[in-house]
Ligand binder design. Sequence first.
Ligand SMILES: *Cc1c(COP(=O)(O)O)cnc(C)c1O
Length: 371
Amino acid sequence: MPNLLDGIKPTLLMGPGPSCVYDEVYAALAKPTIGHLDPYFIKIMDAVKDDLKAVLGTSNRLTMPMSGTGSSGMETCFVNLVEPGDKVLILTNGVFGKRMEDVAGRLGAEVDSIQFEWGTPVLPQEVEKKLKGQKYSIVAVVHAETSTGVRNPVQEVGDLVKAAGALYLVDCVTSLGGIPVRMDEWGADALYSGTQKCLSCPPGLAPLSFSDRAVEKLKARKSKVPNWYLDLTMIMNYWEGNTRAYHHTAPINMIYGLYAALRHLLEEGPDNAHARHRAAHEQLVSGLEKLGASMYVDKSCRLPMLNAVTIPQGLDDAGIRGRLLKEFDIEIGNGLGPLAGKIWRIGLMGHTARPENVDRLLKALTACMKQ
Ligand SMILES: *Cc1c(COP(=O)(O)O)cnc(C)c1O
């Protein structure tokens, strides 16, 4: 019987995620599966919690990885914190802000939003005006908008949200590991991330953290959390304390993988990892400029790990992306929504963010753009 797995080609992953996976993470995934209540596994869980607190910049007790990809982290935040009729403000400048609006709306929240042009950042002065006019229970923003390559001013927005008394929810799926994440300094109350962006683990878990204020709001709910699988009131009993009660079977080997990825980040040092992302980004930008391609996003708010590049006039978007993958084993991303056909999204996430990878892409792009 032919084995399809034998046909998988190693691909240089330079899209919006997944990113290239560290060898240590692959090795971790292949370790023997043990029981999810085995005391040795609980030791690993505790280490993952501690390492997550370190990389998220938080001392929150409720910090752990949710089962499922980044979107399960998003859903967990909203499903636990929103009660029907709650006023929720979403600051939207791309696909993931839009997804937050959808998720919150499905829970019966009264969703309000401020829409910023895709490719531009959230403007704190607009947020300030909005917060003066209305009281919200939650304000949510995406730190690194992967659909456009924009970094949002999460600290400035956080100061405004705090002053307005709302809970502050931040998406750090793409930012974590690539640029500084400081949950407690920002005053964030709920934060989630993902494993397949700058942590360089396969997709499958969503690191998540809730502040004491967020936990209070959860405990004071009048109604049950409407989603059984993501209900933190039950999941806490597995991740914390002495009971370690079964809720759902933890994705054991994925947690090994995350453990290895977090160790990798902490051993390299987050500051060094951020500098490595910045250097790869600068190398890419200068190489692209030599090829006559320009960046879509203003320098002041560009992300290093997600580079939105204006597709030069006359080039065949899908054709070039197809050739990169087929002939060069390199994946880059397409534009989404209003940016479809206008930009490429070149990811320099985690293990991918290395000079030799940037060189390889620039050489391949040069070859593709000549024809
Ligand atoms: C990738 C991503 C998500 C969703 O994560 P999945 O792992 O695809 O579910 C959410 N927010 C941002 C900013 C992302 O980049």
